[in-house]
Write a new protein. Structure first.
Length: 285
C-alpha cells in the first residue's frame, strides 16, 4: 500500500472562497485533508475516505496530511497539523477536510478555538461525520449490521486485533476518542481469561465484540469461555478493569453458562473525553 505524502502535492491555487461551514457553498474550493492515528494503515484508510468524500463534494484536494501520533499530543506539537496551518494561512487551500472536529482535538474548548481560527483566516471546515449525520439513514437492520464487529482474541495476534478495531471504528465514523477506545480494548485483552484459551483452539478462545449503538456509544464486550478462579489472575483482572475505568469506560462483569464463562463489558460515550485529554490545556496552538 502506498503511503500518502506527509507534505501533500504542490499546487498553485486561486484565492480561497469566503468562509462557510456548509460544504455545498464551497464547491470547487481547494482543500487540505487531515487525519491522525497511531498506525499508518488506519491513517491511509481515513485519508482514502476523506478523498472520496471531497470528490463527492466537488472539492479539489491539493494536500493530504496525516500525523502518526496520539490525539493527546497538542496540535502545536504535531508536524502534520502545522503543515495544515501553513497551507491554509498561505492561501494555498481554502478549507480543511477531516473526519470530525474531535478527530483534531478531543477538548471542546480547543474545538471552539479551531472554529475561531478558521473564521479569522476566512477558511472553512468540512467534516465527514457531519454529512453522515444529516444524510438519509439506511434501514435499521443494515445500520446495525455495519456497526457490529467480532474478533477472536488470539494471544499472538493482539496487535492485529487492535489494528483491525481501529480501522473498523474509523470506517463506521464513531465520533469518540479513538485512541482511548483502543486503550480500553487493550485493557480487556490483558485480562487473563482473554489470553488463555482452554484448548488452544479458536472455538474455545475469547471473543471480543465492538458495537456502536444508536446513541453513538461504543460497547466493547469480551466473552471468555471460562471463569477466573486463580487469585493471581483475579488480581490482574482487577488491575486491567481499574485502568479501563480510569480511561472513562463504564465496566460491568458477569458469569454465564452456569458460572463457567465470563462476560466483561466496557461502555464509552463520545461526550466523555479521557481525563488526560481534559488536562491538556485550553490553548488551540
Amino acid at each position: 500500500m502506498t503511503t500518502p505524502p506527509a507534505q501533500g502535492r504542490t499546487h498553485v491555487t486561486r484565492r480561497p472562497a469566503p468562509f462557510a461551514m456548509d460544504p455545498d457553498q464551497n464547491t470547487g474550493a481547494d482543500v487540505v485533508l487531515y487525519a491522525i492515528s497511531d498506525h499508518t494503515s488506519t491513517a491511509v484508510v481515513t485519508l482514502a475516505s476523506l478523498r472520496a468524500f471531497a470528490a463527492r463534494q466537488g472539492f479539489n484536494v491539493v494536500h493530504e496530511v496525516y500525523d502518526l501520533t496520539s490525539l493527546h499530543v497538542p496540535a502545536r506539537r504535531r508536524a502534520g497539523w502545522r503543515t495544515v496551518e501553513r497551507v491554509i494561512t498561505s492561501r494555498r487551500a481554502a478549507g480543511l477536510v477531516a473526519p470530525a472536529a474531535n478527530h483534531i482535538s478531543a477538548v471542546p474548548a480547543q474545538q471552539s478555538a479551531l472554529r475561531r481560527w478558521l473564521l479569522s483566516v476566512s477558511a472553512f471546515a468540512a467534516y465527514l461525520d457531519d454529512v453522515r449525520k444529516t444524510a438519509h439513514r439506511r434501514p435499521v437492520a443494515a445500520d446495525r449490521l455495519e456497526r457490529h464487529q467480532s474478533y477472536t482474541c488470539s494471544p499472538n495476534e493482539l496487535g492485529t486485533l487492535r489494528n483491525d478495531a481501529r480501522t473498523h471504528l474509523t470506517l463506521v465514523g464513531w465520533p469518540g476518542d479513538l485512541a482511548t477506545a483502543i486503550q480500553v480494548l487493550t485493557c480487556l485483552t490483558h485480562i487473563p481469561v482473554a489470553r488463555a484459551p482452554l484448548a488452544g483452539t479458536a472455538s474455545s478462545a475469547a471473543i471480543l465484540r465492538l458495537t456502536v449503538t444508536e446513541r453513538e456509544e461504543l460497547v466493547i464486550e469480551l466473552q471468555a469461555p471460562q471463569a477466573c478462579t486463580d487469585r493471581a489472575a483475579a488480581s490482574l483482572t482487577a488491575r486491567s478493569l481499574t485502568q479501563a475505568r480510569l480511561l472513562g469506560a463504564e465496566i460491568s462483569c458477569g458469569l454465564s453458562d452456569g458460572a463457567r464463562a465470563t462476560t466483561v463489558r466496557a461502555r464509552l460515550r463520545p461526550s466523555s473525553p479521557d481525563h488526560r485529554v481534559r488536562s491538556a490545556g485550553r490553548r488551540w496552538r
